[in-house]
Design a protein around this ligand. Structure first.
Ligand code: IMP
Ligand code: MG
Length: 188
């Protein structure tokens, strides 16, 4: 696509890393479940992908997680319109209920200012889950954080650049681009 500048993470590297992450997360969750006397088939695992950015990532990730799980989608918007700077996180619509006693994994495309995941953590913890983990495909440098949030699983650490593709958008576009790419600066 014309507006894309250069590839930061290729589709091969994404596929390989997502496979590793899925398998490792599934193993960790199984260990957690076993501690509660539950099996991988108990159905106590809930994945919460944050729409719309996590849509491609979570679709690939869950197919590398061989255990019984359910999905509860939430929508958070933080980049209205054509801005490439965060304007804070806002939850839209309902949150999943009945997370008490469940092993919850929040999945997002990228950890940037931390506001999105900060909000999510707060509302989920309030429901008393058995465990709560955060998985992001990408993480920008710590200096970007407005809110201190740690991700338990990170696909790739990337520099402080605006990226699109594999679910990430600019003004709603480029989510379907199969790689993580930087955006060409608009010429003056
Ligand atoms: P945070 O709340 O600032 O951590 O931002 C997280 C959300 O902002 C992500 O879920 C993305 O939707 C969006 N975001 C942050 N950085 C980028 C980027 O470089 N490209 C596209 N979206 C981004
Ligand atoms: Mg997002």
């Amino acid at each position: 696509m014309r507006d894309l500048e250069r590839t930061l993470v290729s589709r091969e590297r994404i596929a390989e890393r997502v496979g590793e992450l899925g398998e490792r997360i599934a193993r960790d969750l199984e260990t957690d479940l076993a501690r509660n006397g539950l099996s991988a088939e108990s159905g106590h695992v809930v994945l919460i992908p944050i729409m719309t950015g996590a849509i491609v990532f979570v679709a690939d990730l869950i197919r590398r997680m061989p255990l019984k799980l359910s999905l509860e989608v939430v929508t958070v918007s933080s980049y209205p319109g054509q801005s490439t700077e965060s304007r804070g996180a806002r939850l839209r619509g309902d949150l999943p209920r009945n997370l008490a006693g469940k092993h919850v994994l929040v999945v997002d495309d990228i950890l940037d200012s931390g506001q999105t995941l900060g909000v999510m953590k707060e509302v989920i913890v309030a429901q008393g889950p058995a465990s709560l983990r955060i998985c992001v495909l990408l993480r920008k440098p710590e200096s970007r954080r407005v809110l201190h949030v740690e991700a338990d699983y990170v696909g790739f650490d990337i520099p402080d650049e605006f990226v699109v593709g594999y679910g990430l958008d600019f003004d709603g576009y480029y989510r379907n681009h199969p790689e993580i790419a930087t955006l060409r600066k608009p010429s003056a």
